[in-house]
Design a protein around this ligand. Structure first.
Ligand code: C2E
Ligand code: CA
Ligand code: CA
Length: 870
């Protein structure tokens, strides 16, 4: 038997939530409860940058201060200026800006009436984003105001992050330099403050200067003859805005010792706009120069006294032996004569392997002809060349090196030797490259991050504009990923994301981009797309690729994904518009039932309004009695008799006809309307069952669905008890259905709630079982009576052996826990036969009966119809 792991996940992996922010936090402070409700309603559908809105409520200025002090991530504050409860709104604003020093949160003031608007000085002093009269804040305007504020907040945060990244980048560069024994300093142009690294102090022979040192401290170390030149380069960086320049100069230590250094200056933007840093990297090349000089002397004194030559040779050799730079000496034809130990260490070539070969043989193909020409020219004209070249190590690996080549001439002025002195730049380069990579990629999957995605999209749009091309943007969100993450642990979740990204990568062709946008969402930019049909085809193919189960640590995981699609130029002209569109479409796909692919439509902006309209209609509908209950029979697979029914709500809208619960229940859930509606459903279902009982059908159990929100109601127990009392239905004739996902949330309190409900004498069923990754050990602890196998497994039962195996496992497990098993959505005789063979207790589905009105159900009962074949 293949056992699906979803059913047998033990508790060994605790769910530690270190989730990134999931929504923008908007704090609403107002003393009128209505305002909160209204705001919540309006902002519910709003999405910005791929995230939804979380509304936090407070009723007094004190609340505002306390919440702001405790919560760092609040993006927008909607603040009532005049409240009856306590301090004026402006006092709150002052507290936030001045005492909490929170300059990020965007503040929108709401004034009661005209004339309460704050003074312009106050607005600018406290950086107030917006103020509106309450009556003026219609839903559209509120959405606009909040979106504008969110944009400002995000930009502020982005700037802060950018500054932080730059700071980090500078730090790592400095670390890399320290490793390579490079000194550095950092000069803040606008304050003139300079900071030296320890290596820099060592090179300059300096003590650590006081904290308020200025650039002049560095310039004073420079040899007087070089000082003007250096000063020019450093200050020139800030004035001319150059990014990088380098030179060689001398540093004079306090004890008079002169060091030759190679100085590289780089210009980095500062944290605040208009400021900058100059970073100086200082490499002590005295020993290199000494080698050069000594060798020059050696050759120049070739005709001199032999003793002197020997002495110089001895010193030169010693320096060569110990230099950290690689040194190669060639003859006039460029044939290698000798190399030093550092050469061997850096390149991996042994001395014997290279001596006798041309120096050129070490240079890889990386050295191009232009470079060779210019190198040769400066060697012949100036006797020296310096620059960066790529060389090859023995193992074939190419690496960048900083190389100095000098020409040694004999007394007759003929070239006698070339000496190449070099050091390996790989480490520094690598750390710079890594930094760059990290800034633009997601560390877990190695995919481009959102920033890079946005960049690439803008680029793709520009290119497409030029070539009249199309750009397809697909956002893909993994359904229920958070649940997997929470129930199976973050380590497994991470692995799953990696595996998903590996599969998604296969869809990427050259020039396309795949990016991880956020926790469980990915983005594609594709260019070779010609029409919407292709686009949908691609999106579906991608979705299907994830349908194959993922196997991780012996877990077999089934994933589905929702996708949102948008196309340039059809749906938008700009990168940002396309991103918003794709986001909206993805959101829509998730709302309309996941595992779907949705194309962006221009009408989506109206979505929020439509929701509002639906809510209003539902409220009216509830008053006008437009809701009715239908009942779907549940049949025993043993006796073939009807043993109960499930109450399913229907909405008969006078002008729109029947609206399906799949459409309105989610809205009711979001708006809270589910509470009165759910109460009505429960009462009506109990009343109806009481009627049937009185008519002699006295063993039918009525199943009623409880929504998440209802289930979390604090007084649920009292409400249910009251309804049972009022209707006089014996509690064992009632069964409450809750979904698997509801049970998985906050297990301890769920156990308490269920145990209390159970104590009334009613029964509890777990609905849609098999979709929610619950674990056997959890289930054991719940006082439940029935498992309802989700329709999705029953549907493909006869086609898909996996589904058959899952059903088999669920039934086996349920039996071991002595639970009643109901199969939902049974439509065919084959399904029925399979389920019966497996030992399923009851079934519900179109095969026996669709949901029907109370009258029809009564007729069914009276007819005494039984399941065929039993
Ligand atoms: P559910 O609780 O899983 O209800 C079963 C759904 O499957 C019902 O859809 C039912 O009509 C449908 N169904 C039953 N047998 C078959 C079959 O053989 N084939 C197919 N294809 N479908 C079958 P319905 O009534 O549209 O309800 C959809 C969902 O809306 C329900 O799923 C439930 O989550 C929610 N809902 C419905 N009524 C209520 C209610 O009174 N209260 C609450 N809280 N939710 C409700
Ligand atoms: Ca149900
Ligand atoms: Ca169900």
């Amino acid at each position: 038997m293949i056992v699906d792991d979803r059913l047998f996940v033990e508790e060994r992996l605790p769910a530690v939530a270190v989730a990134p922010p999931l929504a923008w936090q908007v704090l609403v402070i107002d003393d009128e409860p209505d305002v909160h409700q209204l705001t919540r309603m309006v902002l519910r559908g709003l999405r910005f940058d791929g995230l939804g809105i979380e509304v936090i409520s407070g009723y007094t200025g004190k609340d505002a201060c306390a919440i702001m002090a405790q919560t760092t991530g609040i993006a927008v504050l909607l603040l009532d200026v005049v409240m009856e409860t306590d301090q004026a709104g402006l006092e709150v604003v002052r507290y936030i800006r001045e005492e909490l020093k929170n300059g990020f949160v965007r503040i929108i003031l709401r004034t009661g009436q005209a004339g309460q608007a704050p003074e312009p000085e106050v607005i600018s002093q406290y950086d107030i984003n917006d103020y509106r009269e309450k009556t003026e804040l219609t839903s559209q305007k509120l959405i606009t105001a909040v979106t504008t504020a969110l944009r400002a907040y995000r930009d502020l945060r982005t700037i802060e992050n950018l500054a932080l990244n730059l700071k980090k980048e500078r730090e790592s560069l400095k670390r890399a330099q320290a490793v390579a024994h490079f000194g550095n300093w950092e000069w803040e142009c606008n304050t003139n403050r300079i900071v030296f690294s320890d290596e820099m102090l060592a090179i300059g022979g300096l003590d650590r200067p006081s904290s308020s040192s200025e650039l002049s401290i560095f310039l004073n170390c420079i040899h007087p003859e070089d000082r003007v030149r250096v000063g020019h380069v450093v200050s020139g960086m800030t004035v001319l805005g150059g990014e990088r320049s380098d030179l060689e100069c001398r540093i004079v230590r306090p004890n008079g010792e002169v060091r030759m250094v190679h100085l590289v200056c780089e210009n980095h933007p500062g944290d605040a706009p208009g400021t900058c840093y100059v970073l100086g990297t200082v490499h002590d090349i005295t020993s290199t120069r000494e080698v050069e000089d000594r060798l020059k002397i050696v050759t120049s004194v070739f005709g001199g006294a032999m003793e002197e030559v020997h002495e110089h040779m001895r010193i030169a050799t010693k320096v060569l032996e110990n230099a950290i730079e690689g040194v190669v000496v060639t003859d006039a034809k460029g044939i290698i004569q000798s190399v030093n130990p550092a050469f061997v260490r850096i390149t991996g070539h042994e001395a014997v392997e290279v001596i006798g070969n041309p120096l050129r043989s070490l240079h890889g193909t990386h050295t191009d002809q232009d470079l060779r020409d210019s190198l040769w020219k400066s060697l012949m004209e100036d006797g020296v060349w310096r620059g960066e070249v790529w060389n090859r190590k023995k193992n074939g690996e190419a690496y960048p090196q900083w190389e100095t080549i000098i020409v040694i001439r004999d007394r007759a002025g003929q070239v006698a030797n070339f000496i190449s002195i070099f050091h390996d730049l790989t480490e520094i380069r690598a750390s710079q490259k890594e930094l760059h990579f990290k800034t633009y990629h997601d560390t877990l999957t190695g995919l481009p991050n959102r920033d890079l995605f946005v960049d690439r999209l803008n680029q793709a749009v520009v290119n497409a504009q030029r070539n009249n091309g199309k750009v397809l943007v697909i956002f893909l969100g993994l359904d229920y990923f958070k649940k997997i993450n929470n129930s199976l642990g973050h380590k497994l979740g991470d692995q799953l994301l990696k595996d998903v990204s590996t599969r998604l990568r296969t869809f990427i062709r050259e020039g396309d981009t795949l990016s991880r946008l956020a926790g469980d969402s990915f983005g594609f930019i594709m260019r070779e797309i010609h029409n919407t049909k292709d686009a949908v085809f691609v999106a579906q193919k991608i979705g299907n690729a994830l349908a194959e189960p993922f196997i991780i640590d012996e877990h077999k995981l089934f994933l589905t994904a929702s996708t949102g699609i948008t196309l340039f130029p059809d749906d938008g002209q700009e990168g940002s518009t396309l991103i918003n569109n794709a986001d909206m479409a993805l959101n829509r796909a998730k709302v309309t039932g996941r595992d779907t692919c949705t194309f962006y439509k221009a009408t989506m902006g109206e979505q929020a309004n439509q929701r509002l309209k639906m809510e209003k209609n539902m409220r009216q509908g509830l008053e006008r009695g437009e809701f009715v209950l239908f009942y779907q029979p549940k049949v025993s697979l043993v006796t073939g008799r009807v043993v109960g029914m499930e109450a399913l709500v229907r909405w008969r809208q006078p002008d729109a006809g029947m609206v399906s619960p799949g459409e309105f229940i989610p809205v009711a859930e979001e708006t809270g309307l589910i509470l009165p509606l759910g109460e009505w459903i429960l009462r009506t279902a109990c009343q109806q069952n009481r009627i049937w009982r009185d008519a002699g059908f006295d063993r039918l159990r009525m199943a009623v669905n409880l929504s998440v929100r209802q289930f979390r109601q604090r007084d649920l127990f009292d409400r249910v008890r009251l309804i049972l009392q009022e209707t006089g239905l014996p509690p064992p004739l009632l069964e409450l259905e809750i979904t698997e996902s509801m049970v998985m949330d906050n297990v301890e309190s769920v156990i308490v709630t269920l145990t209390r409900l159970r104590s009334l004498g009613l029964f509890i069923a777990v609905d849609d079982f098999g979709t929610g990754y619950s674990s056997l050990s959890y289930l054991k602890r719940f006082p439940i009576h029935t498992l309802k196998i989700d329709q999705s497994f029953v549907r493909d039962l006869t086609l898909d052996s996996d589904d058959a195996a899952i059903i088999n496992a669920i039934i086996a497990m349920a039996k071991s826990l002595k639970l009643n098993v109901v199969a939902e959505g049974v439509e065919t005789e084959e399904q029925l036969n399979f389920l019966r063979l497996e030992g399923c207790d009851e079934m519900q589905g179109y095969f026996f009966g669709k949901p029907m009105s109370a009258e029809e159900f009564t007729d069914l009962l009276k007819s005494g119809r039984r399941l065929k074949d039993s």
